[in-house]
Design a protein around this ligand. Structure first.
Ligand code: NAI
Length: 719
């Protein structure tokens, strides 16, 4: 809807009304068309102001309308009609002008923004481009380089930057609508010839071809297979080289390609999945809307190693007071320095003052007596964690929540060692904890809904994509990752090289293949985990039975490299070689190739040709199959939870939606058939056998992902 009033005698004021962000739904578009018409035909009205109710101009297209049949007046002719008006139209931008909202403002003759407003064309993040003239008007207004930057990244700019770039004409600290009305009165009756952006020539740019070539190369590299950023460059190129009407045709063509690509669907799915995981529920019926979080003002972190430091920074940046406890003096001194450095760098980047005084350090666990919540991040050792939890139960005030940052240990077991198991939950951060966006909140069988709600809310405040998951070894992320890593090692045994496997995965869109990632996190880390699982047996790595452990196929390749002191980046040698410790440039290592040949010869393995397709199917389908097991076990509430975990925590390319969405796109029957094929070829790998849920879904005609919940429910009721 849009409301029309006449103000100050001569100004037609149009107010968009569609809470919460005044999205351009069909009724809003109809409202704009009608009210603009009314203002233009009223002889008393000399100029028009468009604003949004509740201090928000417009958040853009109504995403709920995507994928449905278009009805109501289309956006492009509506914006053209505004631009063609013979009375000045002023956009009064408060809050946000994003996507279609900014395109609407660009169709106006003037733009006035509040100093706190943010503007941008974020369509690219949903796999689209600004296709209501935004890709054609913005370069004409602010020049090609600045427009490329905004359109290909989708980043938001502040009002101050918008003014500097020339997107807005004026910024005010006062009432924006009043300022716009005043402005509109002043410009009423003036010529609009120089105010219609579509008539502007694109500002001249020396060596346009070289500029576009350079930008295209960079965009392709960072897009990792996403096509929307590339289409955005092509659309801006059209603005720079074609007359406006032809540019609009090109914009339309490119948008049509994006719409039908599947990537836009994946990105929009991600957008909704991120919201869906906030509406968490536990198998016992506890849920987000009936569980009240507790206030958390003061928190403690125990153990200031890699994880504890990042968690301390993230908590302090969220505005909490933090008590940081570390038992080793040397570690404590190093942690203090490291935490201060991270806070200072973060503050500098965001242009704010660092919050060093929010943190106090101690070697004594007694210091945490009055905190509301503790996050424990000591070594991954159940006996040690149990000891720390018992101490915490004795020291902390009643009701303090005790959270563990374990990567895989049993949260229930830990909880059972404390007098109040209902206060225990897992808060599984990812390294580096102040940067990585994912948080798995692990509820145990006795965790109270209040404890889960509090951890989820704290995660949200920290800016994390927080996903509530059940308790099992490795939870969701690491449980699936294990099989992905194993398949990659099996492929090496069968004839692949680290380069081939990584190449296939990077081409798929992962920022890093599995072996480069393993070099980065350290081969010693994986070795320690396998040792903890009883898989690493001294002297076994090269014996005849080396390749079968705990009754199924095992690859000792990672252990053998570890035993050679090849820990990855930190020793300059791993699956690749590096010029110096810490260097991230991975180079092929002939030693690894001959090591693999010798290994195969020793075990009587004949190398065969392995292509990218097989790498993807083996690594990804194994992981996806485990995802179905996780859904079947009720560890994740829905496929969205798994997908958000993989997109935010494991570098799964967002334009492919996440592993479960990907399975839906590929076709569940095909995934099942391939798994059956690989299981037949590798009967000693039991997890390649398609899961019950996958079979059930295929038998029910492979329903779309948003309806899997029904099949899961049925499956659970049969158990
Ligand atoms: P770390 O080895 O870097 O740090 C552990 C720190 O805890 C050390 O500084 C140690 O001195 C301190 N500590 C040990 N006992 C203590 C006690 N009783 N009181 C106070 N401090 C004590 O370990 P990291 O990598 O930070 O891991 C910590 C936990 O986080 C582990 O459970 C790990 O599995 C988990 N985790 C690790 C991730 C990683 O990428 N490193 C990712 C996610 C979780």
């Amino acid at each position: 809807m849009a409301q029309y009033t006449r103000v100050s005698g001569f100004v037609g004021l149009i107010t968009l009304q569609n809470p919460p962000v005044n999205a351009l739904s069909a009724p809003v578009r109809q409202g704009i068309v009608d009210t603009v018409q009314r203002a233009l035909s009223d002889p008393e009205v000399k100029s028009v102001v468009i604003c949004g109710q509740n201090g928000i101009f417009c958040g853009g297209a109504d995403i709920k309308e995507f994928g449905t049949d278009m009805f109501g007046p289309p956006l492009i002719p509506m914006i053209h009609a505004i631009e063609a008006a013979n009375k000045p139209v002023v956009a009064a931008i408060e809050g946000i002008a994003l996507g279609g909202g900014l395109e609407l403002a660009l169709g106006c003759h003037y733009r006035i923004a509040h100093s706190k407003a943010r503007l941008g064309l974020p369509e690219v993040t949903l796999g689209l481009l600004p296709a209501a003239g935004g890709s054609q008007r913005l370069p004409r207004l602010i020049g090609v380089p600045a427009a490329l930057n905004l359109i290909t990244t989708g980043r938001h700019v502040t009002a101050a930057e918008a003014l500097q770039l020339g997107i807005v004409d004026q910024v005010t600290d006062h009432n924006t609508v009043d300022a716009a009305v005043k402005f509109a009165l002043r410009v009423g009756g003036q010529s609009l010839d120089a105010r219609r952006i579509s008539t502007y020539p694109c500002p001249q740019q020396p060596d346009l071809d070289a500029l576009f070539e350079d930008v295209m190369q960079k965009v392709r590299q960072s897009a990792r297979g996403a096509i929307a950023p590339v289409a955005c460059v092509q659309a801006v190129r059209a603005a720079a080289t074609l007359p406006y009407t032809q540019g609009m045709e090109r914009e339309k063509e490119l948008m049509a390609t994006l719409f039908t690509s599947g990537q836009a669907r994946a990105l929009q799915y991600c957008f909704f999945a991120q919201r869906a995981v906030g509406r968490w529920k536990m198998p016992n019926g506890a849920r987000w809307d009936t569980s009240k979080p507790r206030p958390v003002h003061k928190a403690a972190v125990i153990g200031l190693g890699t994880m504890g430091r990042g968690i301390t920074v993230a908590l302090a940046q969220t505005g909490l007071s933090v008590i940081a406890v570390e038992s080793q003096e040397k570690q404590l001194m190093e942690a203090k320095q490291a935490v201060s450095g991270m806070l200072e760098r973060g503050a500098k980047r965001r242009g704010v003052a660092p919050v060093l005084d929010r943190i106090s350090y101690s070697q004594d666990i007694q210091a945490v007596a009055d905190v509301d919540l503790v996050i424990e991040a000591v070594f991954e050792d159940m006996a040690l964690k149990t000891k720390v939890f018992r101490q915490l139960s004795a020291v902390c005030k009643p009701g303090t929540l005790l959270c563990t940052n374990t990567s895989a240990l049993d949260v229930d077991q830990l909880a059972s060692e404390t007098p109040n198991p209902e206060l225990v939950v897992g808060m599984h951060f990812f390294a580096p904890a102040h940067v990585m966006k994912l948080l798995e909140v692990v509820y145990g069988s006795r965790s109270s809904p209040e404890a889960v709600a509090t951890a989820m809310q704290l995660g949200k405040k920290m800016g994390k994509a927080s996903v509530a998951v059940g308790n099992c070894r490795g939870f969701v992320g690491n449980r699936m990752l294990k099989l992905y890593l194993e398949q990659a090692s099996f492929l090496l045994e069968e004839g692949a090289t680290p380069e081939l496997v990584d190449g296939a995965l990077e081409e798929f869109g992962f920022p890093m293949g599995v072996f480069r990632m393993s070099d980065l996190s350290g081969l010693d880390v994986g070795w320690r985990i396998r040792k903890g699982e009883g898989l690493v047996e001294p002297g076994m790595a090269s014996g005849q039975s080396a390749r079968i452990r705990q009754g199924r196929r095992y690859s000792p390749l990672g252990d053998l490299l570890y035993e050679q002191g090849r820990f990855g980046l930190k020793t300059s040698r791993g699956w690749y070689q590096y010029d110096k410790p810490g260097s991230r440039v991975a180079r092929s290592d002939p030693w690894v190739h001959s090591f693999l040949e010798e290994y195969r010869a020793r075990h009587g393995l004949v190398a065969r040709n392995i292509d990218h397709q097989e790498v993807l199917e083996r690594c990804l389908y194994a992981m996806i199959n485990e995802g179905f097991h996780i859904l079947e076990d009720g560890i994740a509430a829905g496929p969205e939870d798994i997908d958000v975990i993989y997109v935010f925590g494991f570098g799964w390319p967002r334009h492919r939606g996440g592993p479960m969405f990907y399975a839906d796109m590929v076709g569940l029957a095909k995934v099942m058939e391939k798994l059956e094929h690989y299981h037949q070829a590798h009967p000693d790998v039991p997890y390649l056998q398609p899961s019950n849920l996958l079979r059930k879904l295929v038998a029910s005609g492979s329903p779309p992902i948003h309806t899997w919940g029904e099949v899961i429910k049925k499956l659970h009721s049969q158990l």
